[in-house]
Design a protein around this ligand. Structure first.
Ligand code: IVH
Length: 650
């Protein structure tokens, strides 16, 4: 038995779907995205199937959607206009095919693949070859008579191109507005002070619902026909694919994307390919439709309450979704420009979960009037960066305030930037001698540097223009910056300031991967193979290299001549120093103490400052001093520079 909570939820869902249906179909002014609507509908369907006692014939699940508005005459369709079941994943699509094959006892079924057009369904009745009536779908049984408007659509023939047309044939298709036509239309609307449409579908629906046919006559309405409903005295082909040709020959536009698929695998390939090409098509689609090709098979499969069992809409991941703006941050770009970024309640759209959307600039924020707390429609089409399409104003909190852009770089951003450059220049990182924190701070404030790579583009004049800096000091700083270009991969990696990547991790990564490119291209799984790298560190490294701005910065370092000796990627285990404690003493002639220390760390050694029983090796350079004596007393192995280099394998 359904609990009171369940009944309440069902009631709530029905009312909400009813409201959204009304806004969508009658007002042409939806307040939630299609996928959001689908989600609610699915939840209701699932509850109703779990609790059949809650059945109600007025439930949104029993309707195709829409009701006839009173402005047009009602038309009872000669045959109900059904809807399509949806598959939202490959698994659901495979399941659809499995059920159809099971019912027909067949190993494979041939399908016709089509685009799922995002327009509005239309029924065109031709009597003795003449267009007698055109009607919208309405609730599936009764639609609206929009004949006068449809007659103005150029693409729809008033007479079929057939010598002996059937006495009655009802052709069904989708009326839509192409993407280019849509933007031109909206531009014209804007210029003429008319209504700007939210999307091509609403523009098409709005155009078709005009009472004065002169208006739709000026709108760029297109149509693709995809099926036949009621027919009398017609000689139709036996397969759907041939029927499409029949429609073409009769003078009706049919989508050129239709294709035959010999089995379920071919359908999946079509779907994947179409998803790729989707952005390039000049009209909006939200998936592919697959229809069992053979009409006898279709008949044997039959239909359920509101949809046939022989067809399915295999949808693409939604490109639009609604979510809430949690905050609006201002990011400071490389050249100091301010970019407002909306932080969003995470939402799945365009196949990925998005948490941010750029608001580009102040004008954009003003135009869209996006505020913290707003419910917004976000969109991510193809590989395009996510954007906020519009605010749903009816859902705006009453106490919301307009967002104002700060006029200057916010102090906090400036400080973050300064800190990251201080870290970069520090001794254990790039070791830029003489470039003190104060100087870095002044360079940032003066907007001479925005990220660490800008250090290598500084001029002596710029440095000298800072407070109280003598020419000599400026030149010294320039020399130190130049000298720092010669570094090691480990130091450079550490200097980047990737979250969670300390000195040891940087050294381990350098050893394991050998190059910055290999690290940049490594998957989380590959990164996890590195000693010292756990899931948090790996995720942070990936996140860093997934950001185009970071990669661009790394390219700039290379361009300015930052370089390091190539390391052959090898696993730390290869080295005799792996796991050993080593003490460095005296001066080495071929490398600095720092480089020697890094070379050891890269090979898995622990470098210690004093000799004890736990010491494995003492590396003795020129003038070693007391550490060698102590090693001798304790019997610790002492190696000279030549042996050291040999054992390092460089
Ligand atoms: S066939 C019984 N084919 O999707 C099948 N419909 O959710 C009737 N649509 O009402 C529809 N592209 O408005 C079919 N290639 C296509 C379609 C398509 C878009 C729309 C149509 C229909 C709705 C069903």
């Amino acid at each position: 038995m359904a609990s009171r909570e369940i009944s309440r939820r069902v009631q709530e869902l029905r009312e909400s779907l009813e409201r959204h249906n009304f806004r969508y179909y009658v007002l042409d002014d939806p307040s939630i995205s299609d996928s959001e609507f689908d989600k609610l509908l699915r939840e209701l369907e699932s509850l109703e199937s779990q609790y059949p006692e809650l059945y109600n014939e007025h439930s949104a699940t029993q309707k195709v959607g829409g009701t006839a508005t009173s402005t047009f005459d009602g038309v009872v369709h000669l045959q109900p206009m059904m809807s399509l079941a949806n598959a939202l994943s490959e698994a659901e699509f495979i399941d659809f095919d499995r059920r159809a094959r099971a019912k027909l006892e067949r190993d494979a079924l041939e399908y016709v693949a089509e685009t799922k057009l995002d327009g509005l369904a239309i029924s065109l009745v031709y009597e003795a070859g003449r267009l007698a009536r055109a009607a919208t779908r309405g609730d599936g049984r009764t639609g609206e008579d929009v004949s006068s408007n449809v007659r103005t659509i150029e693409a729809i023939p008033l007479r079929l191109h057939q010598r002996k047309p059937p006495s009655i044939i009802e052709i069904r298709g989708e009326i839509f507005i192409g993407k280019e036509d849509f933007s031109a239309l909206n531009k014209a609307q804007l210029a003429g002070g008319g209504k700007v449409f939210a999307n091509p579908r609403n523009a098409a629906a709005g155009s078709l619902r005009q009472l004065d046919p002169k208006i739709p006559a000026t709108r760029p309405l297109s149509i693709y026909c995809y099926t036949v409903g009621h027919v009398e005295a017609a000689n139709l082909p036996e397969t759907h694919f041939e029927l499409l040709d029949y429609l073409r020959e009769s003078g009706l536009p049919v989508s050129p994307e239709s294709a035959l698929c010999s089995d379920v695998a071919a359908c999946i390939r079509y779907h994947a390919d179409l998803a790729q090409r989707r952005v390039k098509l000049d009209y909006e689609i939200d998936g592919a439709v697959f229809k069992v090709n053979n009409f006898t098979d279709q008949k044997n499969l039959g239909h359920v309450a509101k949809a046939p069992r022989w067809a399915i809409a295999y949808k693409f991941p939604p490109e639009e979704a609604t979510t809430i703006v949690k905050a609006i941050d201002v990011q400071v770009g490389r050249t100091g420009q301010l970019t407002p970024v909306a932080r969003l309640e995470p939402v799945f759209v365009g196949g990925v979960t998005i948490t941010n959307a750029t608001l580009h600039n102040e004008d954009e924020v003003q135009r869209k009037d996006v505020r913290v707390g707003d419910t917004v429609v976000v969109r991510r089409a193809g590989d395009v960066i996510p954007e906020i399409v519009r605010v749903i104003e009816s859902m705006r909190p009453i106490d919301s305030v307009q967002f104002l852009m700060p006029k200057e770089v916010p102090e906090q951003a400036l400080q973050e930037r300064t800190l990251s450059i201080i870290h970069f220049a520090s001794r254990r990182a790039m070791d830029i001698d003489g470039l003190g924190n104060k100087v870095i701070e002044q360079l940032c404030r003066a907007e001479f540097i925005h990220d660490p790579s800008d250090l290598y583009a500084l001029t002596t004049e710029q440095i000298q223009s800072l407070d109280r800096l003598a020419e000599k000091s400026a030149e010294n700083i320039m020399a130190a910056i130049r000298a720092s270009k010669e570094t090691t991969l480990a130091k450079f990696l550490f200097a980047l300031g990737i979250r969670e990547v300390g000195e040891t991790t940087a050294a381990n990564l350098a050893t394991a991967f050998g190059s910055i490119d290999a690290i940049r291209d490594a998957s989380v799984e590959e990164l996890l193979q590195t000693p010292d790298v756990g899931p948090v560190v790996a995720a942070s490294i990936r996140e860093y290299f997934d950001q185009a701005t970071n990669n661009a910065m790394i390219e700039r370092f290379r361009m300015y001549g930052v370089h390091w000796p190539a390391i052959k990627a090898r696993s730390i285990v290869d080295s005799v120093f792996n796991g050993k404690t080593v003490v460095l003493t005296g001066t080495l002639s071929s490398m600095s103490r720092d480089v020697a220390r890094m070379a050891l760390v890269e090979r898995g050694a622990k470098v210690s400052g004093s000799v004890s029983r736990k010491t494995d090796f003492v590396v003795a350079g020129e003038d070693p001093g007391s550490k060698v004596d102590k090693a001798n007393v304790l019997g610790v192995e002492i190696i000279d520079e030549a042996t050291f280099i040999e054992r390092l394998g460089i």
